[in-house]
Unconditional design. Sequence first.
Length: 219
Amino acid sequence: MILHIPHAGINTLGRNIEQFDIDYLTDWHTDKLFSHKYGDSMIQKVSRFVCDVERFTDDKEPMYSQGQGICYTKGTRDNDIGVIDKEDIINNIYNKWHIELNKKVAFSLCYFSKIVVVDCHSFPDKEGYPDFCIGTTEQTPKELVDLVQYFLKDYHVGINNPYCGSMIPSNYVGNEDVIPIMIEVNKKLYLNNEDDFNKIKIVINQLLDVISEYESSVE
């Protein structure tokens, strides 16, 4: 099981990013919430404003038109963010990240017949938003989605709502041996105090137990 944690980083590499934007869009503490004894974690330390490793690198990226492609030029309130050397970011952060992710999958497949890549996120609370969001792709088995949804039966769960999809390592698109699933947790559940954080950390660890057991059972 690979735990893909792309948006927990807060290192802006000296860019002048408004604190409101960082507070709002950073997936705070997901590197601590999503940890597991059988999980190989990939944690991006650089802020998503500098390099969002889950965006496409060209203008085919849906968020590019909103100034939030691989290198953000707009904040959360349409405020401008200064231009940086995009090619340098792509070469030295983005490409290296994806090379390492593909390597981790290749290494894991030497020992296991199936690998689950858990895309780990959190999201700001808005009216009508669920407690958890499960993101899927065509490579995500319904059986796994059902297991996750059942485990979270005491919470309000959205399937591909309010966010959809999940990270698939670029070398494994269409490869059924690599199973993607995105787990997003509403920040209201864990950011208010330490007790809430500890409770949700236990819930997520137990959920990762379920996913790990599923991974071990499929062939």
